[in-house]
Design a protein around this ligand. Structure first.
Ligand code: SF4
Length: 131
């Protein structure tokens, strides 16, 4: 689904400013289906880290403070790819990605997920499930 999204000719370009990764600034937090959370958790573990280092969602736990980069950029959730800031071209219209949203929801049902959940608890639970 992420690859399908990347093939769509949307004129948007993430400049990695990371404002959208600082949830306390935007007031918005990505919500992940279970498949997205499991993929994010696997990518996080692949960095050698075991546990999330934050207890609140003021800033995304996947944001490496020292570099200002996403630790899991290649596997970042769908919302991180589609809810672009104005500098990146603005968010996708729902109709542009509705088919992909439905596929994520279908996968969530197959994985016995609970629908989209806030990034921090979704990834924390996924990390626990990977043990
Ligand atoms: S997963 Fe990565 S791109 Fe998405 S909010 Fe967190 S740090 Fe930013």
């Amino acid at each position: 689904m992420y690859q399908d999204l990347a093939r769509r000719p949307a004129p948007r370009l993430c400049l990695a400013r990371t404002e959208c990764c600082q949830f306390e600034l935007t007031g918005l937090t990505p919500h992940l289906t279970k498949g997205e959370a499991l993929l994010a958790a696997k990518a996080f573990r692949a960095t050698g880290r075991r546990e999330l280092a934050v207890a609140d969602d003021a800033v995304c736990p996947m944001l490496k403070r020292a570099t200002g980069r996403c630790l899991i950029y290649a596997d970042r959730p769908f919302g991180c790819r589609t809810h672009f800031c104005d500098a990146a071209g603005g968010p996708y219209a729902r109709k542009e990605v509705l088919d992909l949203i439905r596929r994520l929801e279908d996968l969530d049902v197959r994985l016995k997920g609970d629908g989209p959940r806030k990034l921090l608890p979704a990834v924390a639970d996924a990390l626990a499930e990977l043990r």
